[in-house]
Design a binder for this molecule. Structure first.
Ligand SMILES: [Zn+2]
Length: 304
């Protein structure tokens, strides 16, 4: 039997949820601005088959992703780590680039775990990770994972048990619904797909982390890997009326869903329109209203 969850109150503030403008399936909290799907069936995982090969566009952009992975590492400093755990690690392409003696990829997909094992990366399923204690990781990272899981608090609780108390760092990349893109473009905002259970804000993430004894150390609003490209896709969505066409083209290769109109507007916003996209990126970052954020946190120091 499928379990359905209906949530009428904010899990962090216990405030009654109100209808979210532009997105009829969501409620939101007027205090922390977290938005959530009103009613959802607990997602059953369908195996996404990782083949270890990628489409041409993705191959051509490999230097760009390597550069972005370097930026991800810089959030926790350049020194060599003993243990780095990446949750939602996919085929391990990010973990392969980090400087750590031991790496663990937490991943639901069996084919992706197999690819990581072949590359010498230890793996855990989500269930195994949630039960672990005292792994003593220097870093635990979540790149666009927490918005997809019904129980983000369990992942934060598991991180608390498995990070080294003294210097362990948690790094979380998530979409931020308290952003210019959502206010201006509504449902054309790139991060409004059906599979996001949660749409966080800096305040909601801070509340979640605080409940489990973490203290936010920094919030990056520029996040070049996610903020800028997602903004580009939002402009394309608003021009074409389609959702995520360029993103799919890069991730999966050419298919029938990439129409001439999508190609035209993708090229337009990548070339002549790009100064507008970049200005929007700068404005959103400076105003702390970016479409994605990267939060770093550490164990809250106990007061004597
Ligand atoms: Zn709230």
């Amino acid at each position: 039997m499928k379990s359905i969850i209906e949530r009428t109150r904010c899990p962090f503030c216990k405030n009654k949820g109100q209808q979210l403008p532009h997105l009829p399936l969501y409620l939101h909290c007027s205090v922390c601005r977290l938005a959530w799907v009103k009613r959802f069936v607990i997602p059953t995982y369908e195996e996404k088959y990782y083949q270890g090969t990628s489409p041409l566009a993705s191959k051509l952009l490999k230097p760009v992703s390597t550069f972005f992975y370097l930026i991800r590492s810089l959030y926790v400093g350049t020194e060599q780590k003993k243990l780095w755990i990446d949750v939602g690690a996919g085929d391990g392409s990010f973990l392969k680039t980090v400087r750590a003696e031991k790496k663990i990829g937490v991943e639901v997909s069996a084919s992706a775990r197999r690819l990581m094992k072949d590359a010498g990366i230890a793996t855990l399923t989500d269930e195994e990770f949630l039960k672990k204690n005292n792994l003593n990781a220097d870093v635990i990272s979540f790149w666009h994972v927490l918005e997809h899981v019904p129980n983000p608090w369990d992942y934060i609780a598991a991180s608390k048990k498995n990070l080294i108390p003294k210097h362990g760092r948690l790094v979380i990349g998530v979409p931020n619904i308290d952003c210019l893109e959502y206010y201006v473009f509504g449902s054309h905002w790139f991060h409004t797909p059906k599979f996001h259970i949660w749409e966080n804000t800096p305040v909601s993430i801070e509340l979640l982390l605080k409940q489990y004894g973490f203290k936010v150390e920094s919030i990056d609003y520029w996040s070049p890997e996610h903020h800028l490209p997602c903004l580009l896709q939002t402009f394309i969505n608003a021009s074409t009326g389609s959702q995520g066409a360029l993103h799919r083209f890069i991730r999966r290769g050419h298919d029938a869903t990439f129409r001439p109109k999508d190609a035209f507007w993708s090229i337009f916003w990548l070339t002549v329109g790009s100064p507008i996209v970049i200005l929007f990126w700068i404005a959103g970052s400076l105003m702390h209203k970016s479409g994605t954020i990267v939060v770093t946190a550490a164990h809250e120091k106990k007061k004597n």
